[in-house]
Structure formats: structure tokens, C-alpha cells
Design a protein around this ligand. Structure first.
Ligand SMILES: Cc1cc2nc3c(=O)[nH]c(=O)nc-3n(C[C@H](O)[C@H](O)[C@H](O)COP(=O)(O)OP(=O)(O)OC[C@H]3O[C@@H](n4cnc5c(N)ncnc54)[C@H](O)[C@@H]3O)c2cc1C
Length: 487
């Protein structure tokens, strides 16, 4: 609609038949004559429900997501504005900060001992990046099941988001982070928390794991325990988004009980020969490298990095979320691994693998809280849009009580997380291992249990739409279906 045209309500009212059908939504006039034939909700709803030629704003918003209006395939039906009207709703999610109550962590929005100006600026930049680069690809690929587009990974690498998702550290030295908003030496876990919580707004759990979750858990052991030869060979390609790595610990035989794995590494001259299988390996279907936990003949564990090569085969495992994550069953058949690809000295691979878990749990917590906040936002929007028994859903006290509980859960977990992050930032690795492994695990338990309560409440609020993969409740359905992966 390059040159807005103005119509009076009386003019619009003249177009109320099947062959000439206009409506008004949010002060914009739409000519739906052609579209009415293919309207997913049926043609009769436009013709026979006192909609044609009228202001259908209220009816529209009780049945549609706001962003529908801004999709090109629908916005092209806009022919002008109603005289004297004001368009109230901009494109969904375009505001810098959410206008929905509790849509932002309080500390970022107002005052906080943790967040500085750089965090606030960083959040807005990340939000813009997610909205413009990640979200469109995520929505398409979560559904198609294809891995994330290379263009998104390349754009993430340009901002150094791939590296930043591994936490602060030497690997960021000399890099320009988020276009220079934060210096590598100032980058901290609060910035990283922001990255995960902004990505959560894509409502695409499988896609987001496809977007380098394997690297986030598979590369830190290389950075912390890898030989210089190995690091020189693979790290830069991974941080620049050209290649990817995954973490292969779990097997059909052992998941929680990491020490019970059976994949065997036999020592040979200058290295190891690996034989065995791994199950549920995120990004395994497309990763170039595998950080693998293996048992040795004397019952110890070694961690080795295997490049994809002859003898390595992977196949997709279908899980609750999108195949976009590339969750794999992996087989190693007589794969030779040189000594320089061993992580850590001796046979202390268990230490190498367990050393990852605090950060991984922190990521899951940040992500899950981000998802819960996004679900609260969805619900708050919906209860003002949906009318039941002649009143907005928001006027029902049972519904308001559900929202109050959802908000309380999200805010309490966010506050506990911020307190733990502050502790993490003031402890070295060994102190964290001694003092924080417990609190981090407890918070992960608490957060992911709360996620289940919040998903159940959200489905209840959305009714049938909360169990429908398209339309207004699609993000609720998605969260309800996929949240147990975090648990
Ligand atoms: C989508 C997805 C992605 C994954 N990605 C990866 C990956 O990238 N890399 C990787 O290595 N693994 C990955 N995993 C595997 C995941 O880490 C394991 O599924 C998890 O560790 C649990 O192991 P398990 O499934 O063998 O369950 P089990 O260990 O058999 O446990 C079964 C149940 O018993 C409980 N349990 C276990 N021990 C105890 C105990 N001592 N006391 C009480 N209860 C107990 C567990 O909590 C669980 O509920 C992924 C799994 C999924 C589903």
C-alpha cells in the first residue's frame, strides 16, 4: 500500500456482497473479494456474519494472530485507510522492547545490579538480529525439518554469536562482538543469557538446536582440553560457521549414567581405534566433527574428536521436535583417531565430559525461562483478544489466576538465574564445580518443572487452539510438545 487512499465507512459499506467484499481491520480497508474464495476459515464467515462492508476488527483479532496482517500474501489486499481512523497495531514484535507486561526481564527494563548499559544495547541488537535473520528461517525450517540455512549461520558468525554462545573466554579475544557493542574482555554470562533468551522468541525448539547446539556443547571441551594442533585445525572453521561439531556421549546403553558407556577406544600406535554407537546426538546428521566419550580396555574413559570420515555413519532419529536439529544415531566402525585429537591427558575423559555440564545446564535454564516469558506474552495478548460469554477472556478470574502463576514462575526463575550467574562470574572453574553444580542443577529442575505447569496453563487458556499446529495457538502447541526436551 504505497499511496494510502481514504474511504468513509459509508463507502466501505457499499462493498458487502460475494462479488465485491471489503472489510475494515484496525482502520485499514481490505478488498477480500478474491481472497474470500480461499479464506481458510470459510467464505460464509465473511459474508453471513455481519462482516462484509463492516469494521471487523474485534472479530478478526479474536480469531487471528496479529502478524497475519503483515504477511505479504495478506497485506496486499489492503487498499486504503478508513477516514479519520488510526492504525493502532504495528507489525507484531517490531517494538524494541515488549509493550506487554512482564514481556522483559525486570532488570533489563528498569534497574539492576547486574545489567549495564552494554547489556541493554546488546539485547536490542540481538533482538533485531533474531527478528530479521533468524525468525523467518526458523519458522520455515522448524516445519520443513531442514537444517538451518547456511546464510543464518554465516550471519551469526559475522556477529560472533557462535563464539559468544560458548561463554566468555580466550576464544573471543580480538573478535568484534555484535558489531562492537561489547568488547571481548567485557563480555559476560549476562550477555550470553540474553542471546539464549532472545533466540527463545523464535518458538522453534528443534531449529534452534539445529543452529549449532552441538557446537555449544561439543566445542568447549576442545577449547578447554584440546591440543594446539587440534585447535588450530578445527576451531576457526567452526566459529566462522563453515563447519560444525557435536557432542556424542549418550548411547542406547547409557545416558544419565555417563560412566556406563560402551563405545570402545582401543589404543594403537599414535592413536586409537574407535568402535561403537551413540544415540540422540544433536546435529549428528550433519556435523563435521564428533566430540566422543569412549570406554578404554581398562574401564576408564577417553574423550576423542573424530572428523566425519569413512567408518562414521549417521542416521536421523525422529523426536518430539523438528528434524531440523539433526538428532542422530551414530555408528563408528574401526575409525582411527590420532593422539593429537585426544582431549585431556591420560584416561580422564570423564572429567572432560562432566566439565561441560554446568554451562550446558545454565543454557537450558536461560532458554527455558526465555520460552516461558514468550508464552506468558502470547497468553497476555490472547486473553485480551478472545471474547467468551460476551466478555474478554481476561475478565475471568480463573484465567487471571493462571497468568499470575505463570508470571510468578518465570520471574522467580529469572531472579534465581541472575543470582547464580553473578556467582559463576565471581568463581573460577573449580569453585564453580564445588559450589554451584548443585544450585544450577536444582534451578534447572525447578525451571523445567515450571515450564510444564506453564505449558499446561497456556493450553488451557488457548483451548483448542493450544493443541493446533497453526494459527493463534501454534506457539503454545509447540512449547507444550517440545518442552520435555529441556527437562
Ligand atoms: C532430543 C535429544 C537430544 C539429545 N542430544 C544429545 C547430545 O547432543 N549428546 C548426547 O550425548 N546425548 C544427547 N541426548 C541424550 C540425553 O543426554 C539422554 O537422553 C539423557 O542423558 C538421559 O539418558 P537416557 O535417555 O539413557 O535415560 P536413562 O539414563 O536410562 O534414565 C531413564 C530415566 O531414569 C532417570 N534416572 C537416571 N538415573 C537415575 C537415578 N540415579 N535416580 C533416579 N532417576 C534416575 C532419568 O532421569 C530418566 O528419567 C539427547 C536426547 C534427546 C532426547
Amino acid at each position: 500500500m504505497s499511496r494510502p487512499t481514504s474511504f468513509t465507512k459509508e463507502e466501505v459499506a457499499k462493498h458487502s456482497s460475494a462479488n465485491d467484499l471489503w472489510i475494515i481491520v484496525d482502520s485499514v480497508v481490505y478488498d477480500l473479494t478474491k481472497f474470500s474464495l480461499v479464506h481458510p476459515g470459510g467464505r460464509s464467515i465473511l459474508l453471513e456474519h455481519d462482516t462484509a462492508g463492516k469494521d471487523a476488527t474485534e472479530a478478526f483479532f479474536s480469531l487471528h494472530r496479529q502478524e497475519v496482517l503483515h504477511k505479504p500474501q495478506y497485506s496486499r489486499f489492503a487498499i486504503g485507510l478508513v477516514e479519520g481512523g488510526t492504525v493502532i497495531l504495528g507489525p507484531h514484535g517490531q517494538a524494541d522492547l515488549s509493550e506487554v507486561p512482564y514481556g522483559e526481564p525486570m532488570g533489563i527494563q528498569y534497574h539492576s545490579p547486574y545489567y549495564k548499559e552494554s547489556h541493554k544495547e546488546f539485547q536490542l541488537a540481538m533482538r533485531k538480529f533474531v527478528r530479521e535473520v533468524v525468525y523467518p528461517d526458523a519458522q520455515v525450517r522448524e516445519e520443513s525439518g531442514k537444517p538451518p540455512s547456511q546464510s543464518v549461520l554465516t550471519a551469526m558468525a559475522e556477529m560472533n554469536i557462535i563464539g559468544m554462545r560458548l561463554g566468555p573466554g580466550k576464544h573471543l579475544a580480538g573478535r568484534i562482538l555484535m558489531g562492537g557493542i561489547v568488547k571481548p574482555e567485557e563480555y559476560d554470562l549476562f550477555h550470553e543469557c540474553i542471546i539464549w533468551q532472545e533466540l527463545a522468541k523464535t518458538h522453534a525448539r528443534g531449529y534452534n538446536d539445529g543452529l549449532g547446539a552441538g557446537t555449544s556443547i561439543g566445542l568447549p571441551p576442545v577449547l578447554n582440553f584440546g591440543t594446539e594442533t587440534l585447535k588450530n585445525a578445527i576451531v576457526e572453521d567452526i566459529l566462522s560457521g563453515k563447519k560444525s561439531i557435536c557432542l556424542a556421549v549418550s548411547e542406547a546403553f547409557a545416558g544419565s549414567d555417563v560412566a556406563g558407556i560402551r563405545c570402545l577406544a582401543r589404543p594403537v600406535e599414535n592413536g586409537w581405534i574407535v568402535n561403537g554407537t551413540k544415540k540422540w546426538i544433536t546435529n549428528g546428521t550433519f556435523a563435521h566433527y564428533f566430540t566422543v566419550a569412549c570406554r578404554t580396555d581398562d574401564g576408564k574413559i577417553v574423550a576423542l574428536v573424530l572428523p566425519r570420515q569413512k567408518g562414521v555413519s549417521t542416521r536421523l532419529i525422529h523426536t518430539s521436535y523438528s528434524p531440523s536439529a539433526g538428532t542422530a544415531f551414530v555408528e563408528f566402525n574401526n575409525v582411527f583417531v590420532p593422539n593429537e585429537n585426544q582431549l585431556g591427558a591420560g584416561r580422564d575423559g570423564l572429567h572432560v565430559i562432566l566439565g561441560n555440564f554446568n554451562h550446558e545446564r545454565f543454557v537450558v535454564i536461560a532458554w527455558s525461562i526465555g520460552c516461558q516469558r514468550a508464552i506468558v506474552e502470547e497468553c497476555l495478548r490472547y486473553i485480551t483478544q478472545r471474547t467468551v460469554f460476551g466478555k474478554p477472556l481476561s475478565s475471568q478470574s480463573v484465567i487471571r489466576a493462571k497468568l499470575a502463576a505463570m508470571i510468578s514462575r518465570t520471574e522467580s526463575c529469572q531472579s534465581w538465574l541472575e543470582s547464580i550467574i553473578f556467582q559463576m562470574q565471581n568463581m573460577d572453574y573449580n569453585q564453580q564445580a564445588s559450589h554451584l553444580a548443585g544450585p544450577i542443577a536444582l534451578l534447572k529442575m525447578q525451571t523445567t518443572r515450571f515450564a510444564q505447569d506453564t505449558a499446561r496453563d497456556a493450553v488451557q487458556i488457548f483451548g483448542g487452539r493450544g493443541l493446533t499446529k497453526s494459527g493463534m495457538g501454534k506457539f503454545i502447541e509447540h512449547f507444550h510438545r517440545t518442552l520435555l526436551i529441556d527437562t
